[in-house]
Design a protein. Sequence first.
Length: 121
Amino acid sequence: MTKISGLKVLITGGSSGIGKATAKLLISQGAIVAITGRDKKKLEKVAQEIQAIPIHLDVSKYKSIDVKVLDAFHSMGGMDVLVNNAGIGVFGELSDVKIEHFETTYATNVFGVDINYSRSG
């Protein structure tokens, strides 16, 4: 039994990359993990694969964050840890990058980390 066993963890951006790897590791150590992702189909597939709780959330839509965090809180019966992992970047030629790319990146990487789950209880 590890100190991680039984912890209730929410990981934003948990359907790929570092978030998915973190979720897999924590689950393997006995944590109860909810993961978020903006692509619902991918999120549900990954959640089933790693035995996580899927919470469909696009953190760039910051007005919906509180409701989704409450969903995770209730799904897990509480929350001990938040891993604010979601983040995106825009890659390519500067001339090909549209203002919408910058807006989405800013909304995800700046507003998306403003999760205050202490309000959820």
